[in-house]
Structure formats: structure tokens, C-alpha cells
Design a protein around this ligand. Structure first.
Ligand SMILES: [Zn+2]
Ligand SMILES: [Zn+2]
Length: 190
């Protein structure tokens, strides 16, 4: 079974702080190459795919000077895994099937990537606004503003760009108007 989730990695001092939905939360030290130093108990607490993901991400973040990364991942669990029961803790050999860095950077300069079309934009974040259904995350650069949107709730929604959102809305609108018109058109045609 596929679980869609996110991992938020924050670089704080010489450590990384991890926040995963429904999962492990904690601090992990880094060695001189920027690789995470896992203790035995951490490895036991972390989902099986996490050490490898972090070993890829943390040296990159350190050399880029990135202070955070939000990685959307599709994780495949075995059907018998407790992740999907009331326990909600993975006890299988889960593997990552797809991963996308959807937010990356620092407070001054952030790169957001649309999880639908893969378009990226880098700018200064700020002016986030939220409603009951969505969060708008604007990025500014040279007087240009580009917004990304996140539905569901803050840490579990995947990012979608303005263009993809417009397309999605237009598609839904045309679907509903087609349905509404079906009957009168049929009548006039006959
Ligand atoms: Zn599992
Ligand atoms: Zn897009």
C-alpha cells in the first residue's frame, strides 16, 4: 500500500531536526561531511527508508547552505504493515517509490516546486495566507510574485502552482457545466 507523506528536515546549528507526519521527531547530529550520525535507538525508531533519505539530503543541504527541506514521499508498505492499523507505526520493509523536494532553502530565499508539473520558482517567501481549505504560499522575486498552494492542511498537502491550480479549477468547472447543460442541449438537438 502506498502512503503519501512528507518529511520536514530543518538544519539547526550542527544538527538536523526532523519532523515527519505521524512519525519520529527528534534531533540528529551530523559528522564533518554532513552525514547524519544515527544512534542505535534512533535507527529503531525511524522508518526503515529514513536513514537513506537523510544520508542523501543532509550533505546536499549543508553544501547548499539550506536551512530546511520539505520532501514529499510516496512510501510503499507491505499490506500487513501496522502503518495502516490503529498502531500507525511501520513494521515492514517500507521503501520510497517517489520523492520530490517541494520546499527548499532559507528564510531569505526559498525554492518551491509544483508536485504536478515540476515547475520550480525561487524567491523570498512571505505573506502566507490561509483559509479553511488551503494555504497560499507566495514567493517574490524582482517585483514578480508567484504563489504556490497547499490543500488539506499545512504539513500534509502537496504543493501545486498557480497554473496547475487554474487548470484544475477550469477542468472542474467545465465538467460541472457540461453536466448542467446535457439535458437542454439534448432537447434542442432533437
Ligand atoms: Zn510499513
Ligand atoms: Zn504546476
Amino acid at each position: 500500500m502506498i502512503e503519501k507523506t512528507q518529511v520536514d528536515i530543518m538544519m539547526v546549528g550542527g544538527c538536523i531536526e526532523l519532523f515527519e507526519l505521524d512519525g519520529f521527531e527528534g534531533k540528529i547530529g551530523l559528522d564533518e561531511r554532513g552525514l547524519p550520525l544515527f544512534t542505535k535507538s534512533m535507527k529503531q525508531q525511524l522508518p526503515p527508508y529514513m536513514p537513506e533519505l537523510l544520508e542523501k539530503m543532509t550533505p546536499k543541504m549543508r553544501s547548499d547552505g539550506a536551512s530546511f527541506a520539505d520532501v514529499a514521499i510516496d512510501v510503499e508498505h507491505e499490506d500487513s504493515c501496522d502503518q495502516f492499523t490503529d498502531v500507525e507505526i511501520c513494521n515492514c520493509n517500507a521503501v520510497i517509490r517517489d520523492q520530490k523536494i517541494q520546499m527548499y532553502g532559507t528564510i531569505e530565499s526559498e525554492t518551491m516546486t509544483c508536485t504536478v508539473c515540476n515547475e520550480s520558482f525561487t524567491g523570498q517567501p512571505g505573506g502566507t495566507s490561509s483559509s479553511e481549505y488551503a494555504i497560499e504560499l507566495p514567493l517574490r522575486k524582482d517585483g514578480q510574485v508567484r504563489s504556490f498552494w497547499c490543500f488539506d492542511h499545512y504539513y500534509s498537502g502537496r504543493l501545486i502552482c498557480e497554473d496547475c491550480l487554474d487548470k484544475e479549477i477550469a477542468k472542474r468547472k467545465s465538467q460541472t457545466t457540461e453536466k448542467d447543460r446535457t439535458r437542454p442541449i439534448d432537447v434542442t438537438d432533437h
